[in-house]
Design a protein around this ligand. Structure first.
Ligand code: CP
Ligand code: NVA
Length: 302
């Protein structure tokens, strides 16, 4: 493993290995407090962040490393100078790059032109660190993640893509329900379905919310992602039937609700569900740090 650009690049063994290392680091952080001694990580963020920025910064610190945060004020990627120069220069000083960008191709450019590991902290196409934290969370709730029935309801976005790859590689059963016109990327669907078939899982997509079936957990995300200029009034009209509420949770028999956050209460999910007993949102948020630390230790650890 040289980078973490997408979960799709991981073998089942690598993915399971990251989840089990994350559990070890979470259970015994003192054992890893020198894992990144002398290592510096540059974090490039084109978009806002609470969880990703804070969990990487504090996580790197807990592993004994140092991190430097660069936002748009330090020169938008590819504008003041080409992405290739950014990557090559940062590689002169830093040991890894964590990047949150609009375009996934920017992250690929950093990996291509730099000489240090690149970790995708969210792009328009994927959010692998979120997916890892989510499967870590599910693996804390279920002994065998491959038996989990996970439904994703809402916009077929970056978070949905990473969940689809994670579920497929782990051999889990995933249902994705999106309004017409808001399905996940077609190529991602084909690749994830092939991985699901290879690993004994399944990936079913529909726009019929009535076809939900029995689920262990229902996951949703914002209906409008960062960088999407679509009008909320139009989106609300289209997505209304896809709101995750108590009736939907009950109908699916789902004990758990998941969301990557930030959550818009009474939009993609009701406050009753987001803040309810079965909500895993804070466990997911906490696990961002442990999952990312497993990635950092794997890529940089000594
Ligand atoms: N879930 C997530 O990535 O949150 P932030 O956008 O706050 O980093
Ligand atoms: N899909 C959302 C996730 C935010 C963490 C976005 O890209 O804005």
């Amino acid at each position: 493993m040289n980078h973490l650009l997408s979960i799709k690049d991981l073998t089942q063994e690598q993915l399971q290995g990251l989840l089990s290392l994350a559990k070890k680091i979470k259970a015994n952080p003192a054992e890893y407090r020198h894992a990144l001694d002398g290592k510096s990580v540059v974090m490039l963020f084109e978009k806002p962040s609470l969880r990703t920025r804070v969990s990487f910064d504090i996580g790197i610190n807990k592993l004994g490393g140092h991190c430097l945060y660069l936002d748009q004020q330090n020169g938008a990627l590819g504008k003041r100078e080409p992405v290739s120069d950014f990557a090559a220069n940062i590689s002169c000083w830093a040991d890894a790059i964590v990047a949150r960008t609009y375009l996934h191709s920017t992250i690929e450019g950093l990996a291509e032109h730099g000489s240090v590991p690149v970790i995708n902290a969210l792009s328009d196409l994927y959010h692998p660190c979120q997916g890892l934290a989510d499967f870590l969370t599910l693996s804390e709730k279920f002994d065998d993640v491959s038996q989990v029935k996970l439904a994703y309801v809402g916009d077929g976005n970056n978070v949905a893509h990473s969940l689809m790859f994670g579920a497929a590689i782990l051999g889990a059963k995933m249902t994705v329900i999106c309004p017409p016109g808001h399905f996940p990327d077609g190529e991602v669907v084909v690749q994830a379905q092939a991985l699901a078939a290879k690993h004994g899982g399944s990936l079913f997509l529909t726009s019929n919310i009535e076809a939900m079936g029995e689920q262990d957990a229902i996951y949703t995300d914002t209906w409008i992602s960062m960088g999407d200029e679509t009008d909320m009034a139009d989106i609300k009209a289209k997505f209304g039937p896809y709101q995750v509420n108590a009736a939907l949770m009950e109908k699916a028999g789902a004990n758990f609700f998941m969301h990557c956050l930030p959550a818009y209460r009474e939009v993609e999910a009701t406050a009753e569900v987001v803040d309810g007993e079965g909500s895993l949102i804070l466990q997911q948020a906490e696990n961002r740090m442990h999952a990312q630390n497993a990635v950092l230790v794997t890529l940089l650890g000594q």
